[in-house]
Design a protein around this ligand. Structure first.
Ligand SMILES: CC/C=C\C/C=C\C/C=C\CCC/C=C/C(=O)SCCNC(=O)CCNC(=O)[C@H](O)C(C)(C)COP(=O)(O)OP(=O)(O)OC[C@H]1O[C@@H](n2cnc3c(N)ncnc32)[C@H](O)[C@@H]1OP(=O)(O)O
Length: 292
């Protein structure tokens, strides 16, 4: 259901964005075409796909980028030989900076609502995926970046980076489904601590509370992710999937039944003068920081 709803919206998004992409089978490996920002490869011997995010400078999640991710996820979901996907970054030191703040600053209303629907779809696809999903977190992962990582079945992270839902530090409230995803991952008490304070945790702190499952040196993260994936793929597939669905269905349904209201709520909030003013200041600070 989640995947179906997400797919119809996805098709619409694709038309609106006006870009078409396809996955091509090239000598037994699937690769994305027509895009420099997302590379998806699949090893047809193991059924393991790798999705590498490559949108400089910081893999921020714009409407087009998320549409691309959604198309690739949908394609892998329906690829019968695909059994698992590892999500990682091609940008040194950054997994994903989260939502593209420029999408929310002085936006066109229609694009803003499409942006939020596409984010919802990305989460529904990833959190509800039939595939085993592993995040190989090879860089910082604030806010929406943490959401992507937490939506996977397993997280491996290299030391020296930060991860967390830092929204309250920016004066905004994390959407309920961001909070639900974190509660699913680390439980309510730790989520309350992390979300109220908008904590960005170091890799080690994140591992201590279970936000990250394994810490490995940066140069071993890709091989560890593959080894971990192999161990997941040894579990009988139907039993594993039904267990995942049983645990995740109520969390997915909560957003599915409120998708429109959530879009409206987000748009109303983001379009407020006060919020636009803070966004402008936040962007200025990010740019200033770079000059310092
Ligand atoms: C801030 C939001 C406020 C209000 C929003 C209004 C409504 C929203 C309501 C609800 C939404 C809630 C859910 C929100 C989820 C999100 O994901 S919001 C985004 C949160 N992300 C961040 O706050 C990350 C900000 N970035 C950083 O902390 C750092 O950039 C980094 C640690 C990721 C990387 O550090 P550096 O390597 O030092 O890189 P720079 O900081 O120099 O950045 C390079 C370049 O990239 C631009 N940039 C950084 N992050 C973003 C981003 N998220 N979106 C767009 N652009 C970003 C930065 O400005 C620099 O640009 P240039 O100066 O090179 O043009």
């Amino acid at each position: 259901m989640a995947a179906r709803m997400a797919f119809s919206r996805l098709t619409r998004s694709l038309c609106e964005v006006g870009r078409s992409r396809s996955l091509l089978l090239q000598s037994a490996r699937w690769v994305t075409s027509a895009s420099k920002t997302l590379t998806v490869t699949m090893d047809d011997k193991t059924g393991i796909a790798e999705m590498s995010l490559n949108r400089p400078p910081v893999n921020s999640l714009s409407l087009e980028f998320m549409t691309e991710i959604n198309i690739a996820l949908e394609k892998l979901e329906h690829e019968k030989f695909c059994r698992g996907v590892i999500i990682t970054s091609a940008i040194p030191k950054i997994f994903s900076a989260g939502l593209d703040i420029l999408e929310m600053y002085q936006p066109k209303p229609e694009r803003l609502s499409e942006f939020w629907k596409t984010l919802q779809d990305m989460w529904l696809l990833l959190f509800g995926s039939r595939l085993t999903t592993i995040a190989a977190i090879n860089g910082h992962s604030p806010a929406g970046g943490a959401l992507v990582a937490m939506s996977c079945d397993y997280r491996i992270m290299a030391p020296g980076f930060n991860i967390g839902l830092n929204e309250t530090q920016l004066g905004i409230v994390p959407p309920f489904w961001f909070i639900d995803t974190m509660m699913h991952t680390i439980g309510s008490r730790q989520t309350e601590l992390c979300c109220q304070k908008g904590l960005m945790l170091s890799t080690e702190e994140a591992a201590r509370i279970g936000l990250v499952d394994k810490v490995v040196p940066l140069d071993q993260i890709a091989s560890e992710a593959k080894a971990e994936m192999q161990s997941w793929l040894k579990i009988p597939v139907a039993a594993k999937l039904i267990t995942k669905q049983t645990i995740r269905a109520p969390i997915l349904e909560k957003l599915q039944t409120r998708q429109e209201a959530d879009v409206q709520n987000f748009c109303n909030f983001a379009m407020k003068d006060s919020v636009q003013k803070s966004l402008g200041m936040y962007l200025e600070n990010l740019k200033k920081k770079q000059k310092e």
